[in-house]
Design a protein around this ligand. Structure first.
Ligand code: DC
Length: 219
């Protein structure tokens, strides 16, 4: 008798890209939870590289040194509460323009995506470079004003002080850096679904994303 075939859950990779504070982190976490996948915020890998350089008193502008540190990162040990500091984000955007650093981190990110049962990765170049064969790709965006307002409210909600105009200027500067760099600039993959959270909000974006993933899983 032929034994019944065990149903093997498919290996799913979901790519989520977009500019800072567009809601891609929240969306990615919700998707990972819903589909029981692992989640990697790839921005943390650039932040951890910059942080490790600073901790060891190493320069931020030596590409070979930064690439060696990037190659030694342990992705299971990324502490968001430490790495989310504003100065670390600034330092991360400097190492993120170095091709050798990107090569080392992309390799580690692909290793993460390849582990069963699959993963949701969010960043700037997931659909275009890291996982071009992802089952579904999203490009999450929102107007700079909406993103600045969200970040402002988040800081104030946590008891901090925030200057809306300064946050907006910072977001616009980061957008220019992320979209303007030569290696892997921020842009939607040609087959990415665009989710603009300016009007729809993040909850509605999650519902739309879930429908698109379910449809892709049926085919
Ligand atoms: O999303 P974030 O602020 O944590 O990202 C930190 C920096 O890393 C930011 O300058 C963009 C860059 N980054 C990148 O170049 N590629 C990614 N896949 C993720 C982040």
């Amino acid at each position: 008798m032929i034994p019944p075939r065990k149903s093997v859950p498919p290996h799913i990779v979901i790519a989520v890209d977009g500019p800072a504070a567009a809601g891609k982190g929240t969306l990615s976490r919700r998707l990972a939870q819903h589909y029981r996948l692992r989640h990697l915020d790839t921005g943390l890998t650039y932040r951890a590289t910059a942080h490790a350089l600073g901790e060891r008193g190493l320069p931020l502008d030596d590409e070979d040194v930064a690439a060696r540190i990037a190659g030694d990162l342990d992705l299971s040990d990324l502490d968001r509460s430490v790495l989310s500091a504003h100065e670390i984000g600034e330092a991360a955007s400097k190492v993120a323009v170095m091709p050798k650093v990107r090569k080392a981190l992309v390799e580690a990110q692909r290793g993460f995506a390849a582990m069963p049962p699959g993963a949701v990765l969010d960043g700037r170049d997931i659909g275009t470079v890291v996982c071009p064969d992802a089952l579904v790709k999203f490009y999450v965006t929102a107007s700079p004003q909406t993103r600045a307002r969200r970040r402002h409210d988040e800081i104030v909600g946590n008891g901090g002080h925030a200057d809306l105009a300064a946050i907006l200027a910072d977001i616009e500067r980061r957008d220019a850096r992320d979209t303007g760099r030569t290696d892997s600039p921020l842009r939607p993959a040609s087959d990415a679904h665009l989710l603009d959270t300016t009007e729809m909000g993040i909850e509605a974006a999650f519902e739309a994303a879930r429908n698109l993933v379910d449809t892709a899983l049926e085919h």
